[in-house]
Write a protein that binds this ligand. Sequence first.
Ligand SMILES: C[S@@+](CC[C@H](N)C(=O)[O-])C[C@H]1O[C@@H](n2cnc3c(N)ncnc32)[C@H](O)[C@@H]1O
Length: 310
Amino acid sequence: MYHDPVLAREVADRLVTSPGGLYLDCTMGGGGHSRLILESLDATGRLLALDWDEDAHTHQQGVDQVLCQDARVALLRQSFGDLDRLPAPWAEARFHGVLMDLGLSSHQIDTPGRGFSYLQEGPLDMRMDRRKGVGAGELIDQMDEAALGRLLRDQGEVASWRRMAHLLKQARAAGRLDGTAQVRQVVEDAFGTKGSYALLSRVFQALRIAVNGELEALEKGLDEAFRRLLPGGRLAVITYHSLEDRHVKARFRDWCGEGGQAGTRHVPAMRTPRVAHVLERRGVVPTAEEIARNPRSRSARLRVLEREVA
Ligand SMILES: C[S@@+](CC[C@H](N)C(=O)[O-])C[C@H]1O[C@@H](n2cnc3c(N)ncnc32)[C@H](O)[C@@H]1O
């Protein structure tokens, strides 16, 4: 299976409020969420599904075909970071609902040639959109040790970020770091095998976020998705780690009029005007059954916001 959609029912139940409306799935992947959205739409409803990864489109056009054969659907290979540059006829489109299911699909993780997994041997690539940018190996070359350290600290929350940056730069310079298995070797040689998976997943997360400019795309994409929401429209975001979730939560707070600077004893808190409300304050997490069936869902959190009508 290309990808098992996470919190699928929970998304479908909350996102579609107008069966004849226009919806945007920013992260089509294997199309699981898109299909559920379509099931909630009537014959006049429409769905625009984006993904910047060629494999997602090849899967839809070749293997799956459900979305391609539905006249209500249009597919687009584009980053949600560029929602402000949607081509015609969506250039000025506003949506009844927008979904972002962040991160990687199971297909991306499980395809060794993409370089996303430390459990399989592959190149140090990690690009989701292979038309752009440089892979993880080249990124390590381009950064000096201090910058790589900050990246590991800030985007992977790697505790031993200084030592890790030094080891990665050293191995790369010595020609000993061309693939995922070699990163694993460097980490296990230096830190031991106990707990190495937790450490490796932080290192891989940091590199992947940087290679794909994920946080920049999220920042831009969220703001533009909200701008394009019709009054009463809903924005649903599924995050998989704290950096993503912190950003989504903070932005949602701003739109709910709860952001701004904290007040002091003399100066009251600055409040932004309320233009939206959230459905569930703490978000929605997968049930124990879903986590048992699909362990990759364990860190997911769905946050849904509705734009005010007035
Ligand atoms: C978790 S998967 C989505 C799975 C999908 N909801 C499903 O039901 O199969 C995330 C997908 O979003 C895509 N993606 C991540 N960041 C993106 C971006 N900035 N623009 C477009 N697609 C992106 C990835 O390529 C991947 O296919």
